[in-house]
Ligand binder design. Structure first.
Ligand SMILES: [Zn+2]
Ligand SMILES: [Zn+2]
Length: 154
């Protein structure tokens, strides 16, 4: 039970508080052995153990993730910690290679309200949009929200 693997989503999952990146994701998939898995790479990219007990490179190269797995425990340098009690990150590897990482259940939708504002679909509060960011914590209701894609989103 003690062992787990490390996971590095690529692109990184955004910190909803500051827009930074969440690191430190962990999970227990097929053979947790402190492997480091990176999204888009078939085999573990590293094993965080002492060199003398590390798996042989040819053996490590043969490991693969499951077709579906979950990761937890993301945190940011700003102090934000991913709310594992309410959300997980569902990952899929349809062809044996980690391809997707989606927050599940999906965050509350927020919409572009124009003029640089974003509106929470749950409580209708608005706040300033930050260029390049999609995940936010609603300042009023505290929900994890995600800016919805729109047709004219530049
Ligand atoms: Zn942060
Ligand atoms: Zn809200």
């Amino acid at each position: 039970m003690g062992l787990y693997d490390y996971y590095e989503p690529d692109p990184p999952i955004e910190c909803p508080k500051c827009g930074g990146r969440l690191c430190g994701w962990q999970g227990r998939d097929v053979h947790p052995a402190l492997f480091v898995w990176r999204q888009g790479v078939a085999a573990p990219v590293e094993q965080r153990v002492d060199p003398e007990i590390r798996a042989l490179p040819e053996r490590m190269a043969a490991f693969r993730v499951s077709s579906e797995f979950w990761i937890y425990g993301g945190e940011c340098a700003c102090g934000y910690r991913f709310d594992d009690s309410r959300f997980g990150v569902r990952c899929t590897a349809p062809d044996g290679v980690w391809r997707t990482a989606e927050i599940d259940p999906p965050p509350t939708p927020a919409r572009d309200a124009g003029d640089g504002w974003i509106q929470c679909s749950e409580c209708s509060d608005v706040w300033h949009r930050v260029e390049g960011r999609r995940l936010y914590l609603c300042p009023s209701c505290g929900r994890l929200t995600r800016l919805q894609e729109t047709g004219n989103d530049a």
